[in-house]
Write a new protein. Structure first.
Lengths: 432, 337
């Protein structure tokens, strides 16, 4: 008996030690008030390549300029970030600075009192050089809750070489032209479109863009408020999506293809010329270049905006697009944290950001350094766009957003109908 | 356990003969001695059992109670839950077609694991119990998948089973190109693929258990049977299998519980979102997808309670009806004691 208990106690002790050790690894050490030594934790989503190196250098430079501030970086894989962040926020151990996606996800954090109001701490560079539109996505109740660092309009990224090989001239501007080009690619034995349906949102983005073409701006904004998908344009968007999916444009095994991890991911397929195009935000060139065989940018990468669909209520030229930015936790040391946010918007930092991520910096004076023709195409389309909507899963919040994404994947896998999208979304609303 | 109960009951009856010692008349030294042992035993029990008890209550009982509490609320995880909804979460769970699908998948895995792994493992164990060349190596190879972490198994298989992965390439290379399939992404095949991976991974555990069970069967029985002229197969059927019964029943119990709790392999291979679409979602992945990933912590806790009750019910029924004779006296009261 005694021996058994001893063994049990030993096991319990080992377990307890392990748990304590595990518990210690999370949690922020934000201690001091302003003035004294301050330590902050910083979560971002660049786990590889130059993006990771950029944040390491930026933090080091910032620490050199602010000797009292120490920043601990934690790079978290993009797909894991939201879940981990939510757990950290719930348990009161939020990081001091973290990636902010905006929309319904940000609204939940604001309503829970988890974010710092940075309205009166925005520096002059950020005020003068970043457009009001970029800040717009981070405003709620008249206050600003995050600092934008880049703009990510969405469109289709493609390989010019593969298009040429299939005999495609120019880029498609309507959905019919896109379908014709997809057929040409298929005839040439090239996988036309890569999609990382394993992560759900990349497939759902096709639905978002069809919705952007079918629904008016006011419908999209109204739905964000009441979460009722009653307008017939939602069904129209579903029908358009289904019609497109039915042409079987995607890579083999798309359902278990991830978006960004490894050569088998959708970005990896484009990077390695295994698929001709993918629908993605303007962060994609950076992701693709980290997945090419030599780790350098894809030389023949091109971009065209999502094709127009005739008969819809959406204004032609409208784009899906997000702003990437960073929030301070409500518990973070205010001066050090907002200083760091402002530092991110400085011109040299923003130029380095562009070099590292191959993405469009939020600071307009830094946008001048953009040289890649595809990013110039993106900027031209973005500056012309009459309406830029944030991604719908972000707009509608984590609960409804996730349900929306998975229902589109179901449609893609042939497991659900167009009506199921609306049904699933309503069902999700009941769970929340 | 049965033997170890004896000293404790002695100590108890010793104290019972002289309750508390307060009104007793034994001589002072004897009393002090007994009280000394009594206190020492209590302290020893407290010190040795205390940490385990605290861990058990703190990390098993308390979370279950908290989950039951949160399950009655709509709660996004921020602050204290305030929106009491009674049984509404449970009503949604049992009307959600996704949850029904999840139950079917779990049932498929439970039954499939038993039917696939059990017979194969018994045959392998009988084989490896013979003196054959390379026995040690084969044993290691069969046990190896069980030792590898789930994450590595999941990542490895998901890479090999991709549509353009090694398995399909291999089939093509050996002229079986017609058998190429979307092993992971075709909803009609995916759950069979999952069952195959699970069987590959866990069969080593069953084989090792059965081998240990075989070792404990006395040699004399085989000798006696051989002397009586029983053939090899008769010996296996009449002696080995019946005597292996307790081991098989315990293995089946572990297998059922493991299948009900299946999470990591599915989560690694099919990710956070598409397990339901591929038809491989389990109760645990449903809980994570609809609780944590969606930020519906109240609902997720209600799902956790349902999983707990289902597992508990299965475990109790199995204990009561199947394991009864194996555990008699240890987990159940023995009449003759």
């Amino acid at each position: 008996m005694t021996r058994k208990i001893r063994a049990a106690a030993a096991i319990a002790l080992i377990g307890a030690t392990a748990l304590v050790a595990a518990g210690c690894s999370a949690g922020s050490d934000a201690a001091g008030g302003d003035g004294g030594k301050v330590t902050m934790t910083f979560w971002h989503n660049s786990t590889t390549g130059p993006g990771k190196a950029f944040w390491e250098k930026t933090v080091k430079d910032f620490e050199a300029k602010n000797p009292d501030v120490t920043i601990k970086i934690q790079a978290i894989q993009n797909e894991d970030l939201d879940g981990k962040l939510q757990t950290a926020l719930n348990s009161g151990s939020a990081p001091d600075v973290f990636l902010q996606r905006g929309g319904g996800k940000m609204a939940a954090m604001v309503n829970a009192g988890q974010l710092m109001d940075i309205s009166d701490s925005i520096g002059s560079t950020a005020k003068d050089e970043i457009s009001a539109g970029a800040f717009g996505g981070y405003k709620q109740d008249g206050k600003t809750w995050a600092m934008p660092v880049d703009v990510n309009p969405e469109g289709i990224w493609y390989s010019q070489d593969l298009f040429k090989k299939a005999g495609i001239e120019g880029t498609p501007t309507t959905i019919d032209e896109l379908n014709a080009d997809i057929q040409k690619l298929k005839d040439a034995g090239i996988q036309p479109v890569a999609v990382g349906a394993k992560d759900a949102w990349p497939a759902a983005h096709w639905y978002y863009n069809f919705a952007l073409r079918a629904c008016s701006e006011s419908t999209l904004t109204k739905t964000a408020k009441d979460l009722k998908f009653t307008n017939p344009c939602w069904t129209q968007a579903g029908k358009d999506t289904k019609a497109f999916f039915d042409t079987k444009p995607f890579n083999d095994g798309y359902l278990t293809t991830a978006a960004q991890q490894g050569a088998g991911s959708s970005a990896g397929l484009v990077a390695n010329h295994k698929a001709a195009m993918e629908l993605m935000g303007a962060w994609d060139p950076g992701v693709i270049s980290s997945l090419t065989p030599d780790g350098k940018p894809l030389p023949d990468l091109g971009f065209f905006p999502f094709p127009e669909v005739s008969g819809g209520k959406g204004e032609p030229g409208s784009m899906m697009g997000a702003v990437d930015g960073f929030s301070c936790s409500a518990k973070a040391p205010k001066k050090a944290c907002t200083d760091f946010l402002n530092y991110m918007t400085q011109k040299p930092v923003q130029e380095a950001y562009y070099t590292a991520f191959n993405a469009i910096p939020a600071n307009k004076s830094a946008q001048a350094v953009v040289t890649e023709p595809y990013l110039k195409t993106v900027l031209a389309a973005y500056n012309k766009a009459p309406f830029v909507s944030n991604y719908l899963d972000t707009v509608y919040g984590q609960n409804v957003g996730n349900a929306l994404n998975t229902s589109v994947v179901n449609l893609l896998a042939g497991k659900g109908s167009v009506d199921d999208i609306v049904k699933t979304v309503n069902q999700a609303a009941a769970k929340g | 356990m049965t033997t170890s109960v004896a000293p404790r009951s002695d100590a108890r009856s010793g104290a019972g003969r002289n309750p508390g010692g307060a009104d007793g008349s034994p001589s002072a030294p004897a009393r002090r001695a007994r009280k000394g042992t009594d206190v020492r035993t209590r302290v020893e029990i407290a010190v040795l059992a205390g940490p385990a008890t605290i861990m058990f209550v703190g990390f098993v009982i308390l979370p279950v109670a908290l989950a039951a509490y949160y399950g009655f609320y709509k709660w996004q995880g921020y602050g204290v839950p305030t929106d009491f909804v009674g049984l509404q979460n449970y009503a949604i769970i049992f009307t959600d077609p996704d949850f029904r699908g999840v139950l079917l998948h779990n049932a498929f895995i439970v039954i499939g694991s038993l039917l696939v792994q059990g017979p194969i493992a018994i045959v392998l164990a009988l084989l490896l119990n013979q003196r054959i060349r390379g026995r040690g190596l084969i044993r290691v190879l069969i046990f190896l998948p069980y030792v590898i972490s789930e994450v590595i198994v999941g990542t490895g298989w998901s890479l090999m089973l991709q549509s353009s992965g090694a398995v399909n390439d291999l089939l093509q290379a050996v002229g079986l190109g017609a058998l190429r399939a979307d092993w992971l992404s075709n909803p009609d095949i995916a759950i069979w693929t999952l069952l195959a991976i699970i069987s590959w991974k866990y069969i080593g555990f069953a084989v090792i258990l059965f081998l240990a069970g075989l070792q404990s069967i006395p040699e004399e029985l085989f000798e006696a049977a051989q002397l009586d002229g029983a053939s090899y197969w008769q010996i296996q059927r009449r002696i080995t299998l019946p005597l292996l019964g307790p081991t098989v029943r315990i293995w089946a119990f572990l297998s059922i519980i493991g299948s009900l709790q299946l999470f990591d392999l599915v989560y690694i291979i099919w990710g956070q979102y598409i397990a339901a679409t591929a038809g491989t979602s389990t109760m645990a992945t449903y809980m994570v997808a609809n609780g944590r990933m969606s930020g519906n912590y109240g609902y997720g806790n209600a799902v956790a309670v349902v999983i707990f009750l289902i597992s508990l019910a299965v475990a109790l029924v199995y204990q009561r009806f199947v394991l009864r004779r194996d555990t008699a006296g240890a987990l159940t009261e023995k009449a003759d004691r």
